[in-house]
Every structure is written in structure tokens, then in C-alpha cells.
Design a protein around this ligand. Sequence first.
Ligand code: ADP
Ligand code: MG
Length: 348
Amino acid sequence: MFKPVLGIIGGGQLGSMLSQAAKKLDIRTIVYCDDKDAPAQHFADEFIFGEYDEINKLKEFCYKVDIITYEFENIPFNTLQKLNDEKKVLPHPNINKIIQHRLYEKDFINKCNLRTTKYVHIKDQKDLEASVDYIPGLLKTCTLGYDGKGQYKIENVNQLPNLKLEFNKEYILEKFINLKSEISVVLTRYGHQRYSIYDPIENKHEDQILKYSEIPAKVENNIIDKSKEWASIIAEELDYVGTMCVEYFIDKNDNLYVNEIAPRVHNSGHLTINAYNVSQFESHIRAVCGMEKIKLSKLFDAKMINLIGSDINLYRGKKLNENEFFFDYLKKDIKDKRKMGHLTILKK
Ligand code: ADP
Ligand code: MG
């Protein structure tokens, strides 16, 4: 069978784990990243360092690969589109264009007739002061936020006149949901109505950063079914190819809301490496490279702990139990609120 050379844009931990999964399938990878210390260079077959708008470097990358995918959503749309004129980019750049903008993303989800929290576009101070129906709420930048970055809690309307925002950016204000729990569904779409769907994962955040993921999720059966169904509706509507993740909120009355979509492999899916016969990373490579789909089978229940900032020091060099799997992302510097590694514990 023809094995394509796979180009991966982005060289963080997701790029590393994609490269490792590709190696297992005997697929060559070339990672392109704007960080010369990108961890994925230790796992890819080749590494190209360049900015995301550096035409010559991108051309070199494009020339060397057969198919292109990406590990994060904040790549300039123009770059993805230009690359897609030369070599197939999967998931399609149009998908990324919707999802990298929180407002377009929420509008799209509502167009699919799926529930989100109430939200409003905030373009200026006037919009902000008129937004009392959305308080208490969370104000988020429309683009470029992740791990809670670019998010501001607004507890009461008195805060509105005093918020001094930079209106060279767009914002969305989301009504705060009284959360009972959060879950995510990771799925891989291989083409029309062909899916691998992992069981919903229950997620716990600290300071808006994912801290723990666990399977099985402790939620009602109808929520399990609905969350999988909604994720497949979204994937089908986007004509998605590859692995994606839908993050959900569940409120105190057991209502399900779509929080956001990640057009890529996802942090909550890291436990699939050890808990399933096929990981989210391998599934992604299989789908984008046109390889055979393998039926998913869960081998173990599991819990994943994100090692954030200096947490990583507790595990470097530590002796592990046989049901524990430690992943060090090999990032150059330890920084606060930065994901440095993770630990997966299988419940055998
Ligand atoms: P990020 O892109 O940083 O993951 P999210 O929109 O997923 O941004 O927000 C991060 C976390 O913040 C969520 O997983 C949730 O715990 C909390 N959060 C975000 N929006 C809301 C909301 N509208 N109501 C309640 N909690 C929220
Ligand atoms: Mg999120």
C-alpha cells in the first residue's frame, strides 16, 4: 500500500504524539513549527523551523510531503488555504476557519440545532454595557485563546462600565453555566458516516485548565448517547476527516450544552493511548492517510492527570507502578500554567 509522507503543522506535545503514532504505522512525518525548540522534533523524521507566513519555508515543507495535517487551530487561514492548493490539508482549512473564531463556531453549532450557552458578540463598550442578560458570564476573546487565556469572569453588572477592554480585538460574552460536570467526546471520521467514537471522557478543570480526565464518565446513559450523537452530527456537517473533539457542559438539571469543538486530537483523549486498542493519534493518522479503520475496543478504565508547571518535577525519574504511564513533553522551560507532561493510570 502507498504510504504518504505526512506533514504536521505545529510541534508541541500533540505533534509529538502524532509523530509517534505515525512511526508505529511506518509513516514518515515532517513537522513544521515556528518554535525552534519544538518538542516534536525529537519524534518526527524531519523538522522544519519557520514562521507560519514564511513562504519559502512553507514551500519547502509542502514540496516534501504528500498530505498535511495540523496539531492546533491557530494557524493563519491563508496559510492553510495556500498549502491546500498544493497538497491536501486535512481537516479542510474551511473547518479551521469556523472553529478558530468562537463566534463563528457557536453560530455553526446553533445552525446544527445543538444547544450552546447564551452568547453575544461584543465589539465595543456600548455592546458590553448592553449585555446585562448575559451576566454572570465569561468574556472571551474570539480568537487565539486557549487554556483559559483571554478569558475574564464578570460576576455582576456593576463591573461592566469599569472593564477597560482593548477593542482592537473581538470578544464573545457567554452566560455562565452552573456546571454539574464537563465531558468530551473524541471521534475520528473516515468519510461519509464512517466513524470511530470513543466513550465520553469526564473532565475536571482547575483555573480553566484541564487537570483530570477519566473514563468512564459518571453521567446518565441518555447523556452518553446524546453526546456521541451530537459529536457525529457536527463531524458530518463539517465533512470532517480525522480526529476531533467536542467539549460539553452539563448543568445541574442534566442539560447538555456544546462548549467548543477542537479540530484536532485533544488533551482529554491522551488516555486513549493506554486505555484503547487504537489511540486518538493513531486513528487520526489512519483517517487522514486513507488507511483502514480498526474497530475500537476499550481495554481499561483510566484516569489522566495533566502535569502543569513544576508538577513535572515530581515525576521525572520517579519509579512508576505497572499501571502508570508517564509522558514528559520535553519542553525546554518549565512555566506556570503550562502543560509539561501527563500521567495515565489504568484501573486494572
Ligand atoms: P479554552 O479554549 O481555554 O479551553 P473554554 O471555553 O473551553 O476555553 O473554557 C475553559 C473552561 O472554562 C471550560 O472547560 C469550563 O470549565 C470553564 N468555562 C468556560 N465557559 C464557561 C461557561 N459559559 N460557563 C461555565 N464554565 C465555563
Ligand atoms: Mg476548552
